[in-house]
Design a binder for this molecule. Structure first.
Ligand code: SF4
Length: 296
């Protein structure tokens, strides 16, 4: 990318802004290990930053290396995950720790291919770990980045539905050649979307790329692309009942009989469906004594 192209101007403005405006999130500290970055990426997949911070700190203090986590049963990972939501991530993180120990001598692999082969690591997470833990120049595109690019570059209020090829190509157009700048731009574009160019109330008055933002220049036209599917209701959902069961299993250090779980405020058929799905997902084990977290 030529140094003075519109793309390079946009990326250098984001990088300069990020140098001052970055939130001091603990996994961004210079001394954190690749393992600590990997743990943060697992936790951040579906959970807000403010809820992740204390859980991440406790996790890294207890399990500072993959080997430390791999040495404990998966039930301890699920218990420590507590109420971060989508607890299969705890099982996957435990499994990934075991794989890192068995296949990589306890060191997080530094390449996207090696990362992708770990349990629970998808294309986004692999690129995020490669970029933020190892400084490798790869495009990292999350929801926030997609929104910033849609507005600032494509001039539309919302991004089109996700497309890995299109999203990565759009980010590649903006990504500086230099590894250090690319890392800062990946992180800065995400941060801009999370804190300034937010979905509901973009704060254009403090935005570092307001002067070149295509959506702003066009007078903020309404989005007329494909509609996003509505988010499913949580209250009364199977997901809520799964959460209630998991709370009981985390608190109990022995099997919980089905009759005891029957005390939960949920219809019996829904409870049975939740229990069956937890067993299928590997989050619960069922035997003659009842249900418990997985020990191996
Ligand atoms: S000027 Fe406004 S809409 Fe454009 S990128 Fe900045 S915050 Fe988003």
């Amino acid at each position: 990318m030529p140094r003075s192209s519109p793309a390079s101007t946009l990326s250098s403005r984001v990088i300069d802004w990020f140098a001052d405006a970055a939130r001091p999130l603990p996994w961004r500290a210079a001394e954190v290990s690749p393992w600590a970055v990997l743990v943060s990426e697992f936790m951040l997949q579906q959970t807000q930053v403010s809820r992740v911070v204390p859980r991440w700190e406790a996790w890294i203090e207890r399990w500072p290396t993959p080997a430390a986590l791999a040495a404990e049963p998966p039930s301890e990972a699920v218990r420590a995950w507590d109420r971060l939501g989508y607890p299969r991530r705890a099982l996957w993180l435990h499994r990934a720790a075991v794989e890192i120990v068995e296949r990589h001598g306890g060191e997080v692999p530094a390449d996207v291919e090696g990362l992708l082969a770990l349990q629970g690591v998808g294309p986004y997470t692999a690129r995020a770990i490669a970029a933020f833990a190892f400084g490798i120049r790869v495009p990292v595109v999350d929801t926030n980045t997609r929104r910033v690019i849609a507005r600032a570059v494509a001039g539309q209020a919302e991004p089109w539905p996700p497309s890995t090829t299109r999203d990565l190509a759009a980010m590649n157009e903006l990504l500086p050649r230099d590894d250090i700048e690319a890392r800062a731009f990946n992180a800065g574009a995400m941060e801009l979307g999370a804190t300034v160019c937010t979905a509901r109330a973009p704060r254009c008055e403090v935005c570092p790329i307001a002067a070149s933002c295509a959506w702003r220049a066009a007078g903020f036209p309404a989005y007329d692309g494909p509609k996003k599917s509505a988010q499913a209701r949580f209250d009364g959902s199977d997901r809520q009942v799964r959460g209630m069961v998991m709370r009981e299993l985390r608190a109990a250090h022995r099997p919980v009989p089905r009759t005891a779980l029957g005390m939960l405020q949920a219809p019996a058929t829904q409870l049975d469906r939740a229990l069956a799905s937890l067993v299928v997902d590997g989050l619960a084990v069922h035997d003659t004594d009842g249900y418990r977290l997985p020990e191996a």
